[in-house]
Design a protein around this ligand. Structure first.
Ligand code: IPM
Ligand code: MG
Length: 364
């Protein structure tokens, strides 16, 4: 039987509960599609700080290295916000994990489920039936990692804060080629989001993209300033298919898109590098305000699991079965609180997962 090891990093806030829900669904899919999953639990984020003083312990890294993929919940919360910035869960675990494994490509597929039209802040006629948009976000460069970075004394009693937006040719090239390949396999349209009217880095992105584009003559390439992109997305998301963004722009626009589609709790993500190994996590964060209540939406975590099956395990059929089951569950009226409309059948985190698992169809 095919067998895979998955590093299981639930983390903080709603992480553990949506993780438990997702594992239930992934197990059900693995059973149907006849492969075996072994889960290797490890500490990350605030939970790791509490247990051993470090947000990303050595043992966690080792477990990840021994696995086919990392399945992560969320990190961070108010409890750790008073720590020095460099020790906080996000900066001390999530970013180093992405960097350590060279996971430069973050894929965030945004699905506009027709059933969720009523919860979208957009008028339903603007949503289109089943629009889906893929955000390709550069994940290991730009402002998140650029040096120098810090708050420095100016020498006359004040301070200067510095973040550096830096990209090298190769970093742009590899993500551009990947985005082009993806666009080619979809609707052959790639929109690159930048700020080329102000930023030098955007000029280099354009130069590299125009060169890479020559390898993909069938793909139509457009550039859009990020402020305009934010506007066009709320006006008419239907005109987009694949969006390529540098790190920070991708972070921001993917939340906007998730909101337009109905909820941040729906958005999965895959972080990939140059091998099959990847890190899979929902984009929604640890949501401390609702943690422990059993009401968080597990669909972002479940759909991240589908991406894990697809990209790291090559289990495409099982991945699709999960995505179809999610669709079916929504079509059957199941809603967590974040996507509920008046009169909806509102369920908790685990109930939602059970409903999805029950709808996984066997191979045909
Ligand atoms: C995300 C999150 C992270 C990011 C935070 C938690 C550091 O917002 O994955 O989108 O900015 O990348
Ligand atoms: Mg974000």
């Amino acid at each position: 039987m095919r067998s895979y090891r998955i590093a299981l990093l639930p983390g903080d806030g709603i992480g553990p509960e949506v993780m438990e829900a997702a594992v239930h669904v992934l197990q059900a899919a693995a059973r149907e599609y006849q492969f075996e999953l072994s889960w290797l639990p490890a500490l990350v984020g605030g939970a790791a700080i509490d247990a051993c003083g470090k947000a990303l312990p050595e043992t966690t890294l080792e477990i990840c290295q021994q696995s086919h993929a990392i399945f992560l919940g969320a990190v961070g919360g108010p409890k750790w916000e008073s720590l020095p910035p460099e020790a906080q869960p996000e900066r001390a675990s999530l970013l180093p994990l992405r960097k350590f494994f060279g996971l430069y490509a973050n894929l965030r597929p945004v699905t506009f489920y027709p059933e969720l039209g009523p919860v979208s802040p957009l008028k339903e006629e603007r949503l289109g039936k089943g629009t889906d948009i893929l955000v390709v976000r550069e994940l290991t460069g730009g402002l998140y990692f650029g040096e120098p970075k810090g708050i420095y004394p100016t020498g006359h009693g004040t301070e200067r804060a510095v973040d550096t937006l830096v990209y090298e040719t190769e970093e742009i090239e590899r993500i551009s080629r990947l985005a082009m390949k993806i666009a080619q396999a979809r609707k052959r349209k790639l929109t690159v989001v930048d700020k080329a009217n102000v930023l030098q880095s955007s000029l280099l992105w354009r130069k590299v993209l125009n060169r890479v584009a020559q390898e993909f003559p069938e793909v139509s390439l457009e550039f859009l300033y990020v402020d305009n992109a934010a506007l066009q997305l709320v006006r008419d998301p239907r005109r987009f298919d694949v969006l390529l963004c540098e790190n920070l722009f991708g972070d921001i626009l993917s939340d906007e898109l998730a909101g337009l589609a109905g909820s941040l709790g729906l958005l999965p993500s895959a972080s990939l590098g140059s091998t099959r190994f990847g890190l899979y996590e929902p984009a929604g964060g640890s949501a401390p305000d609702i943690a422990g209540k059993g009401i968080a939406n597990p669909l972002g975590q479940i759909l991240s699991g589908a991406l894990l099956f697809r990209y790291s395990l090559g289990e495409e059929e099982a991945a699709r079965a999960i995505e179809k089951a999610v669709q079916k569950t929504l079509a059957d009226g199941y809603r967590t609180a974040d996507i509920a409309t008046p009169g909806a059948h509102v369920v908790g985190t685990q109930e939602m997962a059970v409903a999805v698992a029950e709808r996984i169809e066997p191979p045909n």
